[in-house]
Structure formats: structure tokens, C-alpha cells
Design a protein around this ligand. Structure first.
Ligand code: APR
Length: 235
């Protein structure tokens, strides 16, 4: 049986594809207020602003290609049972060929009906893949409700956290790539790793991680993945 690798990724894995991160200098949250464009309060305050923000994010993905790090993660499937848990709303892991991807924070290419008070309680069957097309005020789902981005807004629960915890807990090795580990519950996932499972972190920055199992490969995703693969081959 193949050994299991859980890979947790953040915006840093897509940085070398030309997609900006959120919290680095000049990142998305330097130019936009996340509470205005990516929170549930922001949605109710100004739906058009939020739709436009995600229309822009979605359109950018059309011509964005996976980089060597996404490809290296996908190639791990040859020898390992790999599940990617990504905080990213882009589709670059899928474009690279990864077959098991859990999108913790939703997907920019998808929308679903707005359902009122319990926004998080939706059925997967209601989710619509719009590809790279814009969605505007007045665009309705078959049930007559306004369409909203299929995104976990700040202030909403993270429905995929339970399956993600199971994947991390069952993994023989955990690899974390390109996340500042500032947003919970994703940032706490590594604590569920098996005590015997090594944890590798690929990120050019120092991170607030304190666990003796962690080996920090302090490099950008593409180069860091090359180093990680070498380590894996030598293990
Ligand atoms: N390669 C690898 N890592 C990189 C690179 C690179 N080329 N460039 C930057 N990084 C690292 C940064 O050092 C940082 O640790 O990527 C991380 C990006 O951190 P954030 O911008 O905070 O992104 P992320 O951790 O994915 O954010 C989590 O916050 O706003 C929300 O929903 C949004 O999913 C997102 C969540």
C-alpha cells in the first residue's frame, strides 16, 4: 500500500504562477479590505462589490498556469497516496493534475445560491461551476436566489475542516507549502498529525510554528519542492 502524504497549501504555492499572496508586502489584503470583499458582513453590505472582486479573481485564473511546485505535488501521486488540502480558491492543483484536492476556503470558479441566515448550510448539489465567467447582481440560481461566490467568507464556518483533519491524522507525512499559518482553523491542522509523522514546511519566511517534528525548507515553492523531493528520495 502506498504511504499517505497530506499536503497543506496556501497562497505561496501559487505565487510563482503570478497570483499574489494575501499578506506579503503588496499582497491582496494591502489593496483590498478583506472585511469589505471577503466577509459575510461585507456580502450583506455590498453584494456587487463582493461579486466584482471574485469576478476579477475568477477571470485571472483563465490564463494562469500551474508552476513547478504544483506539478511536483501532483507527481508525488506516482509513488504516494496524496491528498492536497488547499486554502487557495484557485484551480492550479487541479490544472497540475492532482486528483484529490480539498478546497478548505471554497473555489473561485464556482457559485451557489445565497440562502439567507444559515449561509453555510448548502448542498453540494447546488454548487454551479461557472468557469471563468462573471456573475452579477440579479443572476439567480434555479431556486430563485441570488448567486454568491462558493467561497468561505470570513465569519463563516469551514465545512471541509472535518475531512481535512481526518486526512492529516491518517498521513504518514505532512507537507505544508506557502502559507503564513495565520488563518484558523487551517493553521491548526498540523496539530492533528500523527506524532510519528514528520512535517516539512516549504516557505521563504519564518513561520510561527513550534513543533520538533517540523523541518523548515526555507525557500520559494518551486525550489523548495525540489529540495523536498530530494529529502524524500533519501529517506
Ligand atoms: N513560495 C512559497 N511561499 C511563498 C512564496 C513563494 N514563492 N511567496 C510567498 N510565500 C509565502 C509567504 O512567506 C507566506 O508565508 O506564502 C505565504 C502567504 O501567506 P498569506 O498571504 O497569508 O496566504 P495564506 O496563508 O494562504 O492565507 C490563508 O487567508 O485571507 C485568507 O482565505 C484567504 O486562504 C487565504 C487564507
Amino acid at each position: 500500500m502506498k504511504k499517505k502524504i497530506a499536503v497543506l497549501t496556501g497562497a505561496g504555492v501559487s505565487a510563482e504562477s503570478g497570483l499574489g499572496t494575501y499578506r506579503d508586502n503588496g499582497g491582496l489584503w494591502d489593496n483590498y479590505d478583506p472585511m469589505e470583499v471577503a466577509s459575510i458582513q461585507g456580502w450583506y453590505k455590498n453584494r456587487k462589490l463582493v461579486l466584482d472582486f471574485y469576478n476579477m479573481q475568477r477571470a485571472k485564473l483563465k490564463d494562469t498556469k500551474p508552476n513547478a511546485a504544483h506539478l511536483a505535488i501532483a507527481a508525488l501521486e506516482k509513488d504516494y497516496d496524496v491528498t492536497v488540502i488547499t486554502q487557495n480558491v484557485d484551480n492550479l492543483h487541479e490544472k497540475a493534475g492532482s486528483t484529490k484536492v480539498i478546497h478548505l476556503h471554497g473555489e473561485a470558479t464556482k457559485v451557489r445560491p445565497e440562502n439567507g441566515v444559515y449561509e453555510e448550510s448548502f448542498s453540494e448539489r447546488e454548487v454551479i461551476d461557472v468557469g471563468y465567467e462573471p456573475v452579477n447582481l440579479g443572476d439567480k440560481a434555479p431556486n430563485g436566489c441570488q448567486l454568491r461566490p462558493h467561497i468561505v467568507f470570513f465569519g463563516e464556518s469551514v465545512p471541509k475542516i472535518e475531512p481535512a483533519i481526518d486526512v492529516v491524522a491518517a498521513a504518514d507525512l505532512l507537507l505544508i507549502v506557502g502559507t503564513s499559518m495565520q488563518v484558523y482553523p487551517a493553521a491548526g491542522l498540523y496539530r492533528y498529525a500523527d506524532p510519528k509523522a514528520p512535517i516539512y514546511v516549504v516557505d521563504p519566511a519564518d513561520l510561527p510554528l513550534h513543533d520538533p517534528r517540523i523541518t523548515h525548507i526555507k525557500d520559494v515553492a518551486t525550489k523548495g519542492m525540489e529540495k523536498f523531493i530530494k529529502i524524500l528520495e533519501e529517506r
